[in-house]
Design a protein around this ligand. Structure first.
Ligand code: NAP
Length: 291
């Protein structure tokens, strides 16, 4: 199907960026937002609906970008009482957990809607650019039918198969990496700052660390797949010495120690489980259980 009519429900920071991208790429669009003021910038560029039901009524594809899945269920429950949703495709672009995706799929199927659960990893100003990653889960035939419309939204579009929780799972995993790495990166900046070390040099080197991180990712993937963590690079014992140094310097310089403390706790758990001589990827074994 080319150029299906899209209803965009939710015009917050992300919803507005998605709607603007649909407008820019010529997708026929109706927008709706709970607070009408956020619809005003779309006057004359898209159809502005006064209710979610009115927006859904004229659409082939209903796109949600709301605070959470429960808001989506609330909005769609109300819309379903006033219009027929059966036969339409629901594209969920609200962030959630895998269990939220499963609940929404049941709801969509009960109402005769096709369902694609999706996730976006980008800030609103990245929507439509090469840097925006979008993940999609759901029936392949539905994805293929709407691929052209959906892929207007970002440069990296990954269809993950029909296991409906896959997009939410991958988004959570990728965001955890982003948040964890960003937290440690900012803690390193605080450490430099505590010694009046120029942050320009630090941030230059942070960017240059890219190949080390991707190399570690490659080695970890191989080791996890084999369940073997022997290697000649660096033992967990030696990594622990480095982390202890970071803890001590943070303490000495009066900065927050909770980041190195949390890192140390994870490494000590792996060492207690018998991985002291193993490579860094052995942490996976003890992170994979909550004991
Ligand atoms: P936001 O600016 O806070 O917008 C939230 C939207 O949800 C608004 O349109 C709000 O309507 C609506 N809403 C909340 N509860 C509602 C309810 N009960 N009924 C109807 N509408 C309701 O948030 P956002 O940044 O756009 O985020 C939206 C989604 O995108 C989230 O799931 C977020 O995780 C995801 N996301 C955001 C980013 C980002 O960088 N911003 C990046 C990736 C993914 P009102 O205007 O009436 O309050």
């Amino acid at each position: 199907m080319t150029n299906p009519h899209v209803a965009m429900l939710g015009l917050g920071r992300m919803g507005s960026a998605l709607a603007n991208r649909f407008v820019a790429t010529g997708v026929p669009l109706t927008v709706w937002n709970r607070s009408p003021a956020k619809s005003f910038p779309f006057q004359g560029r898209a159809t502005v609906a006064t209710s979610a039901a009115a927006a859904c009524d004229m659409a082939d594809v209903v796109v949600l970008s709301l605070s959470d899945y429960s808001a989506g269920l609330e909005v769609l429950d109300e819309a379903s009482a006033a219009c027929t949703l059966a036969g339409k495709t629901l594209l969920q672009l609200t962030s959630g957990a895998a269990s939220d995706a499963r609940t929404m799929q049941v709801w969509a199927n009960m109402h005769g809607m096709e369902y694609i659960d999706a996730a976006i990893v980008a800030y609103p100003n990245g929507v439509g650019t090469e840097a925006a990653m979008l993940f999609y889960a759901g029936a392949e035939e539905v994805w293929e039918r709407h691929r052209e419309t959906f892929t207007h939204l970002g440069g990296m579009n990954r269809y993950l198969g029909d296991s409906i929780g896959a997009a939410a799972t991958l988004e959570c995993a990728v965001l955890e990496y982003y948040y964890g790495a960003t937290l440690a990166m900012l803690h390193g900046a605080a450490l430099c700052n505590s010694e009046n070390f120029p942050l320009t040099e630090y941030f230059y080197l942070v960017k240059a660390l890219g190949p080390l991180l991707t190399g570690t990712a490659d080695a970890s993937r191989t080791m996890i797949s084999k369940g073997l963590y022997d290697g000649a690079d660096c033992s967990l014992d030696v990594h622990v010495s480095a982390i202890r140094r970071i803890q001590r310097m943070s303490h000495d310089n009066g900065i927050d120690t909770r980041v190195p403390d949390a890192i140390m706790a994870a490494y000590k758990k792996a060492i207690a489980a018998g991985h002291s001589d193993a490579e860094i990827a052995a942490l996976f074994e003890t992170l994979a259980t909550n004991s």
